[in-house]
Design a protein around this ligand. Sequence first.
Ligand code: KG4
Ligand code: ZN
Length: 361
Amino acid sequence: MNVLGFESSCDETGVALVALEAGGRPRLLGDALHSQIEMHQAYGGVVPELASRDHIRRVLPLARQVLAQAGATLASVDVVVYTRGPGLAGALLVGAGVAVALGAALGRPTLGVHHLEGHLLSPFLAGDAPEFPFIALLVSGGHTQLMRVDDVGQYALLGETIDDAAGEAFDKSAKLLGLGYPGGPALARLAEQGNPRAFALPRPLLHSGDLDFSFAGLKTAVLTAHRKLGSRPGDDALADLAASTQAAIVDVLAAKTLRALQQSGLRRLVVAGGVGANLQLRQALTAGAARLGARVHYPPLHLCTDNGAMIALAAALRLQRGLASLRSDGAFDVRPRWPLADEATASLPTRPASAVSPPLG
Ligand code: KG4
Ligand code: ZN
């Protein structure tokens, strides 16, 4: 069975074809991506209307590219899937509309996939795929969550950010330092030349005893430190501040993730989402997990940020387990705000519902 997947939730248009063989592991046959980073750079962030228009321009040429790469034809596609949410409404509608139109034209069913489930399951696209159960750290531009994952669709939220996401902390701090968008990779690059101990920045909630995060205060501390450097800070001082900011974010993420691993007694950790591409974070988690006798699984580096492969894969894994509600009526919707818990078929609540903060978009 071949699954054609479309991702268009934010600033990347991704299309991929995944083959699902009975009992076997899903295989990636083709994968193409267009990043809008250059287009949004001029504005210092994602402009939703421009994002939607660009998805429209890119999506069909990318689909053709994927089929050519896979040596496949549209007739060989059995299911068409798309990111249903969370994300930018207009951007999501492009992928959803194209997928459902294609499904109707081909006489094939469609399925809307949760973007975070895509990230969460993306390590299954690596050569060394994890086994269930595992602890997952999901760190993207809009989400920072720790989860216990017992199987596809079995997700228990252990902790999450109470304000900004880790990716937002990188992006907003980078903006304060005058670096471009997206800030994460830019800040990480500058940090390579700096001293991570040069500035004593806060480690919010490090000792809170729970598995929640808070990054909003860090941004203020970075702003204050930056102001103290005067109107024309030197390159070394900026690199030191970038390195100190990265160290503060990585310290908290690593400490809480390792605590979750230890508390669960599990020996497998999955790290997914754009911030999972951060090399300092990878080093801290790999070293910390090794001390606990645990292994860390990452998606291939180029599949850490948004892509179509993770969407086609998540759909394939759901189909394999009979967890997909396929549609053939040509109807669809998108869910710009959509908690992953809604997609959990057997969630194991580990903390009172009242303690769960509202989902970020
Ligand atoms: O998962 P993703 O591609 O998109 C969302 O679903 O949000 O994550 C994007 C986020 C951005 O905040 C970006 O700055 C961050 O991931 N990011 C990084 C790195 N690469 C991407 N943050 C830190 N270090 C990196 N190397
Ligand atoms: Zn994402």
